[in-house]
Design a protein around this ligand. Structure first.
Ligand SMILES: NC(=O)c1ccc[n+]([C@@H]2O[C@H](COP(=O)([O-])OP(=O)(O)OC[C@H]3O[C@@H](n4cnc5c(N)ncnc54)[C@H](O)[C@@H]3O)[C@@H](O)[C@H]2O)c1
Length: 254
């Protein structure tokens, strides 16, 4: 499988340096970034090509892995899918706009392309998907991050946001992909609380789900990426796992 990377920052670096040295049938050869130097650095590391023309990348790959920004998804996803090329999207917040979601779904269907949204920085999405249409009554997310991760200069714990996921993604577009992912997985606007906490050095996500099946809670305490403290290591690892799963014969925990 030939892969091109859109957005050559923290996530792309972890994915590329993990995948490229292995013999796994995944060739990450093309790199695009609005900052060409970042694309060139990663291309050099991977022995690939940095492109200035996005179309050149799409024309040469089977799948584009987006790890850039919600704006990049809005700009490039239609072009990628119209060419019948698949996508992995990390900036999942872009899909909280239902009109955009439906437009992308239609373009992908019309062109026989697939859009994959990795589980990212959380665990528990398998359970949420399983119960989504079977009496799921309540889903909530509490996200707790350090001031550095949230880009705040605050020295005491404070609730920054309490409300619906659709509002949270507007206020914290680069920080709340997790809320968007859960909402899309269970097709509802979930309840979200975002807390800035100077006493934590991890990005903590607690999910609670209740319904006819019973109840579950998951708590993920992620180390932030050194290259970008807003981003958790687990987010990159989940994309690596997804990429490798395309070559698996037996899949578990889907
Ligand atoms: N799904 C999840 O759980 C999850 C978790 C963490 C981060 N993310 C998202 O993944 C994305 C990447 O995260 P990161 O930590 O690697 O970010 P980063 O800031 O380290 O890297 C992003 C790179 O993309 C480039 N870029 C941004 N907008 C672009 C555009 N329009 N066109 C071309 N290049 C562009 C930047 O120049 C930068 O090099 C972010 O949107 C982030 O919110 C998702």
């Amino acid at each position: 499988m030939k892969v091109g990377i859109l957005g050559c920052g923290a996530i792309a670096n972890i994915i590329t340096t993990s995948i490229v040295p292995e013999d796994n049938g995944i060739d990450i050869d093309y790199f695009f970034d609005k900052d060409i130097e970042r694309a060139e650095n990663l291309a050099t590391l991977a022995g690939g090509v940095a492109v200035l023309d996005f179309d050149e990348m799409v024309d040469n790959v089977d799948l584009v892995l987006e790890s850039a920004s919600p704006d990049s998804v809005r700009e490039f996803a239609p072009k990628v899918l119209e060419k019948g090329c698949d996508m992995i999207v990390m900036s999942i917040g872009a899909f909280m706009d239902m009109d955009f979601y439906q437009r992308i779904e239609k373009i992908a269907e019309d062109n026989n392309a697939k859009v994959h949204l990795p589980s990212g920085a959380i665990v528990g999405l398998d359970g949420i998907k399983a119960v989504a249409k079977f009496g799921l009554r309540e889903v909530s997310l509490v996200t707790r991050k350090s001031p550095k991760s949230l880009g705040k200069d605050i020295d005491r714990e404070e609730v920054l946001f309490e409300g619906k996921a659709s509002e949270a993604v507007k206020e914290f577009p680069l920080n709340i992909n997790v809320a968007a992912t859960i909402s899309i997985a269970c097709q509802r606007d979930i309840d979200v609380k975002i807390i800035v906490d100077p006493n934590v050095d991890r990005n903590v996500h607690e999910i609670t789900a209740k319904g006819d099946f019973g109840e579950f809670k998951t708590r993920t305490m992620n180390f932030p990426c050194s290259a970008n403290p807003k981003t958790s290591m687990l987010a990159a690892l989940s994309a690596i796992k997804l990429l490798k799963s395309f070559n698996e014969t037996i899949s578990v925990g889907a």
